[in-house]
Design a protein around this ligand. Structure first.
Ligand code: NI
Length: 144
């Protein structure tokens, strides 16, 4: 069964959808929006109720030669040392580094960390994968 919904969008959002359609070769707006919504709903950070604590992976690529970006990103991590469980750094080529930070802690703090890192100019392909933890982070590995 198909349901028809009428939605209102800002011009900016409508333009972004059209640009997305162009890049991916969609000819049908409904189809493009349906796929975007499906994708968003598959993200537990979107579809599950907000939890007080979360685990997350923040991944991004940056050019370590740019404006002391490497040391600024390291500073962000040190400022949130209680939140950062581990960081993996891969030297992709002469300029580019891929970093993945694994976080665990207060959901608001996790989002704040991701925003601080991903809003840095010259940080590219930034992505936050956030997994809410049920029951305050204790999902009971058996009875302890
Ligand atoms: Ni590197």
């Amino acid at each position: 069964m198909v349901q028809r919904l009428t939605i209102s969008l800002d011009q900016e959002v409508a333009d972004a959808i059209d640009a997305f359609m162009g890049r991916r070769g969609y000819t049908n707006r409904s189809e493009a929006i349906r796929d975007l919504v499906r994708h968003a709903l598959a993200d537990p950070a979107v579809s599950e109720p907000a939890a007080a604590t979360s685990v997350a992976a923040v991944s991004y690529v940056y050019d370590h030669h740019r404006r002391q970006l490497a040391s600024r990103l390291a500073n962000v991590q040190h400022d949130h040392h209680g939140l950062v469980v581990a960081t993996t750094h891969v030297h992709l080529d002469h300029h580019n580094c891929l970093e993945v930070c694994l976080l665990r802690g207060d959901t608001t703090a996790v989002r704040g960390f991701a925003e601080a890192v991903l809003s840095e100019r010259d940080v590219r392909y930034g992505q936050l994968n956030l997994i809410p933890l049920a029951g305050d982070g204790d999902h009971g590995h058996g009875q302890e």
